[in-house]
Ligand binder design. Sequence first.
Ligand SMILES: [Zn+2]
Length: 541
Amino acid sequence: MRLGMKSRLAVALLMSSALAGAASGQGQQADVLITGGTIYDGSTAKPFTGDVAIAGDKIIYVGPKAAVTAKRTIDAHGMIVSPGLIDAHTHSDHFLDSPDKAQRSNAAWTMQGVSTVFLGIDGNGTPDLKAKFAKYSAQGIGTNVVSYVGFGAIRQAVIGDAARAPRPEELAKEQARVVKGMCEGAIGLSAGLFYAPQNFAKTDEVVALAKEAGKRGGIYDTHQRDETTYSIGLINSTKEVLQIGREGGLPVHFSHIKALGHDVWGKSGDVIKLINDARAAGQNVTANNYPWLASHTGLDAALVPRWASDGGDAAMLKRFDDPALMKKIKGEMAQNLDRRGGAQTILLTSGESDSGKANAAPDKPWTGKYLSAIAKEWKVDPLDAAIRILRETGGKASVVSFNISEPDLENFMKQPWTVTSSDGGPGHPREYATFQTKYAIYVKQKHVIDTGFFIRNSSGLTADIFKLDRRGYLRNGYFADVLVFDPARYVPKADYIHPAILSQGVQELFVNGVAAVDNGKPTGAVAGRPLPHTPTAGTCR
Ligand SMILES: [Zn+2]
């Protein structure tokens, strides 16, 4: 069929508007035009070569050749253009809360292409979210922020560090704090039942609080009670999470899902089956994972039995002084060290850990050394070395612990319901290098996932799971969180010994239309915004 010039033009225009989702944007004035890049829009759609235009804080065009005039044009030939990436689990507070604007620009994350980070994870989120978000808006932050209200923060405030159930009036107080957090914009309730004092809670207490989050449209996010064989075991712990979701009446999200330690290596298939069965039965279950074989946690959380933490760090250190108790603690520490793979798998880091929180701390003589090497240096048993470090840090030393098997990691990563997280905090390279590491190793080197899966499961899918308003996709009218990266140069630079080196390969990153990374360098811009969740209508006064 031959078409006249006019009809061909009409067909071309129709096609371009269909690809663009809408014809709007064409003919308009843009601030930024990104041209000729390979566009992955955050969905499962195939990539295509085209243009993205930004005006103010919004995307005004996505499609083939844009007919817009722009103040600035970026040639993206050979580059990938995608939504700004979303990191579903971070300990980035130490940057975002800093009085220093350069720190708040959050370059560790923007240089990975991340435009939105999640906070308040592992049970750490404050219920006073309105004040936290107001501070972020007033001072400026480099990335957008989503936050949970945390079970740990709440239990600590109401019950302290005691290993007991809440009294009825205490449970009511805990629930009130969940309501406060949810009504001030929390995305849901996070918990870290692995950690003391959260570990002292039984399932029913968590369900009672999860219900309050669920009523307000929240999700339950968890660092589950046991990722190995510490207490109830990985499988029972997974079942507990699913139970909390069912009885709490809300979606559940497993954070940094893993099979930790040789006792449970190979069990990823069993965990995945439990989740797939629950999903098939209609339950809303998702997860995030990170592309690292080593986790990062407190030395106390890794080795010291939970009963010894009843009452907090000071009480734990006091128990160390009682020879009979110390003997019992050391016996259990030996088992825990074996679970994780021995002293040669435990690397002491520069971070300071407080039950799942990671804070920056000055280097110590043991920083960057394995527990086995320190023990040798001090001519003591590794357990005695660990106890000495705990004493000298008031119980707050942190460790990188190599305890994950490659097949399990890949198995979890491949699932269509798993999104990317870094769990990044000071002392582990995942803070600076998670997304590049995932791309370099699991997309390009091992082909476990492809580029489209990597991008979708780090942007659009994450936005869908958490119902983020107009984020996670390159679409007309969406917020202009836009990443341009060079696939040939998108590589990590940080490693376990030098964990704080900026990654490479991000050419441009726009956050709400403002360049956070420009020409491969962080700009120091603080155009990020808090993204408060809107609670279900009528559930907050
Ligand atoms: Zn965690």
